[in-house]
Design a protein around this ligand. Structure first.
Ligand code: FCB
Length: 457
C-alpha cells in the first residue's frame, strides 16, 4: 500500500451550487429563477420536490463553514444565485442578496477557506427566460452586467472566478432534451443557447478582471471522455460525433478554433442548422469567446463508449453504450470509470494545453445512510474518490497541469430533475431536521487533505 503524494500547494476542496443547497427561495428580495418555475411544473422533477428549502444553507452557512473547517477544506466552490442579486435579471440590484454573499465570503476567509465563485450554475432569472433566455443575445449582455455587479462587490476578496458551470448542460439539457429548466426541446435553440453562453463568458472575463484585480478567471465544462466500441469506421464516426457534440463544441471556440467544422456540417446535413450554418455568430464573437483564461475547470462523472448501430432514429446523436457488464454503477446510473479521468486530463493537456486545470466537480451518488450508531459507512463513495484522485495524479505525471480538486458535493442536496432521491454528499443531510452527519468519506477526505496524499488500495 503506497502513499501517493500530491504537489505542495495542491488545493483540496468541495463544491455546491446555489439552487441545490440554499433554500430561502422567497427571502430578502430574491427573484424567481427558471428552476423555481420548472421544479413546480408537474412532472418535471422525478420526486415532485423543489429547492424552496433544500439544505437551508442560506440560514445555516456559518455552521456549514464550521463543518468544512473541521474537515480541513482548503477551498470551497459555490455559486451565486443571479436572481438574489438582480431579481429581474438586469437593472435594479438587490443589496440584501449581495449582502448574503458578502457574509459568506467573509466567513470563509475567516475560516481560512478560499472561495471559488461560480457566477452561473443554472438558476437564470425567470424574467430573462420570459424574453427567450439563452436563445437571446440580450441574455449574454445581462450576464455581463450581473458579473460586473458581483465582481465589484466581492472582487476585493474573491480571487478565483468561474463564469459558467457546464455550458453543455445549460444548452443541451435545458433547450435540446428539455430535462432541465427551461425544459425546451428544440435543437436549433440549444445551439443558439450554447453560443450565447460562450459569448457571455468571453465578454464577462475582462469585466471580472477589471473589478477583481489579480484574480484568476476560468470556465467549467463537463466533458465526456469517449471512445469507439470497435475500430470500425462506423463506430469511429459515432465517437467523432459524440466528442464533437459534447467536448469539441465548447473546447474549440474557447481555444480559438471556431466551432468544429465537421459538427456544423453534420448539423446542416441533419437540418438542425440552415445551409448558412450558425447564423447566431456575429463578427467578433469568436475572438471574444477565445479570450485567454487562467484555468479550465473540469467536471467529470463518467465516460462514453459509442456504437454506430445503437444510433436511435429519433435522436440527434449516437447513444452511449456501456460495454463492460462487470462495471460498477452509481445510483445515477453512471458507470464508475476512474481511468477515463486520467485520459481526459491528459488529452486536454495534449490537445488544448490549458495553463492550469482544476477538477471542479467529481463525486458519486450512493444513498447509504446512518446505521444504528449514526455512522454513515459510505465505503463505495470513499473508494470512488480514492480511485479518481489516483487517476488524476497519474495524469499529472503525464504533464496535465492540475492544480486542485473539488469533490461534488459537500452536502446531500437537490439533484435537479432527480430531486432529493440522489445523494452526492460527503455529509449526510436529514431533510426533516437539517441535521448534518459527516460520512466516512468525509472523514477519510479530511485525512487525505492533511497528508496531501492518497493511499493506494
Ligand atoms: C453536475 C452539476 C452539479 C451536480 C452534479 C451531480 O452536472 O454541475 O450541479 O448536479 O452534476
Amino acid at each position: 500500500m503506497a502513499n501517493i503524494g500530491f504537489p505542495k500547494g495542491f488545493i483540496w476542496g468541495t463544491a455546491t451550487s446555489s439552487y441545490q443547497i440554499e433554500g430561502a427561495a422567497k427571502e430578502d428580495g430574491r427573484g424567481e429563477s427558471i428552476w423555481d418555475r420548472f421544479s413546480k411544473t408537474p412532472g418535471k422533477v422525478g420526486d415532485g420536490t423543489n429547492g424552496d428549502v433544500a439544505c437551508d444553507h442560506y440560514h445555516r452557512f456559518r455552521d456549514d463553514i464550521a463543518l468544512m473547517k473541521s474537515l480541513g477544506m482548503q477551498a470551497y466552490r459555490f455559486s451565486i444565485a443571479w436572481p438574489r442579486v438582480l431579481p429581474s435579471g438586469r437593472g435594479k440590484v438587490n443589496p440584501a442578496g449581495l449582502d448574503f454573499y458578502n457574509r459568506l465570503v467573509d466567513a470563509l476567509l475567516e475560516a481560512g477557506i478560499e472561495p471559488f465563485v461560480t457566477l452561473y450554475h443554472w438558476d437564470l432569472p425567470q424574467a430573462l427566460q420570459d424574453e427567450g433566455g439563452w436563445t437571446q443575445r440580450s441574455t449574454a449582455e445581462a450576464f455581463v452586467e450581473y458579473s460586473g455587479v458581483v465582481a465589484r462587490s466581492l472582487g476585493d476578496r474573491v480571487k478565483k472566478w468561474i463564469t459558467h458551470n457546464e455550458p453543455w448542460c445549460t444548452s443541451m439539457l435545458g433547450y435540446e432534451k428539455g430535462i432541465h429548466a427551461p425544459g425546451i426541446k428544440d435543437f436549433r435553440s440549444a445551439l443558439a443557447a450554447s453560443h450565447h453562453v460562450l459569448l457571455s463568458h468571453g465578454w464577462a472575463v475582462p469585466v471580472i478582471r477589471a473589478a477583481s484585480p489579480g484574480s484568476q478567471v476560468g470556465i467549467t465544462l463537463n466533458l465526456s471522455p469517449a471512445e469507439a466500441a470497435s475500430p470500425s469506421a462506423a463506430d469511429y464516426d459515432a465517437f467523432r460525433n459524440h466528442d464533437g457534440y459534447f467536448n469539441r463544441w465548447f473546447l474549440d471556440p474557447l481555444y480559438g478554433r471556431h466551432y468544429p467544422a465537421d459538427m456544423v456540417a453534420d448539423y446542416i446535413k441533419a437540418g438542425h442548422l440552415p445551409a448558412e450554418g450558425l447564423t447566431v455568430v456575429k463578427p467578433g464573437d469568436l475572438q471574444a469567446i477565445a479570450v485567454p483564461c487562467d484555468f479550465l475547470g473540469i467536471n467529470y462523472y463518467n465516460r462514453a463508449v459509442l456504437r454506430s448501430d445503437k444510433v436511435p432514429e429519433a435522436e440527434n446523436h449516437p447513444r452511449t453504450v456501456f460495454l463492460a457488464p462487470e462495471s460498477e454503477w452509481t445510483e445515477m446510473g453512471w458507470e464508475v470509470h476512474a481511468d477515463s479521468l486520467r485520459r481526459l486530463l491528459t488529452r486536454l493537456h495534449l490537445d488544448y494545453a490549458p495553463g492550469k486545470l482544476y477538477v471542479t466537480e467529481n463525486g458519486a451518488s450512493f444513498s447509504t445512510g446512518p446505521d444504528a450508531q449514526g455512522r454513515v459507512r459510505d465505503d463505495r463513495r470513499l473508494a470512488y474518490l480514492r480511485d479518481h484522485f489516483l487517476a488524476a495524479r497519474k495524469a499529472m505525471d503525464a504533464g496535465a497541469p492540475l492544480a486542485g480538486y473539488f469533490v461534488w458535493s459537500l452536502l446531500d442536496n437537490f439533484e435537479w430533475d432527480r430531486g432529493y432521491s440522489q445523494r452526492f454528499g460527503m455529509v449526510w443531510v436529514n431533510y426533516e431536521t437539517q441535521q448534518r452527519i459527516p460520512k466516512d468519506s468525509a472523514l477519510w477526505y479530511r485525512d487525505v487533505i492533511k497528508a496531501n496524499a492518497v493511499s493506494e488500495p
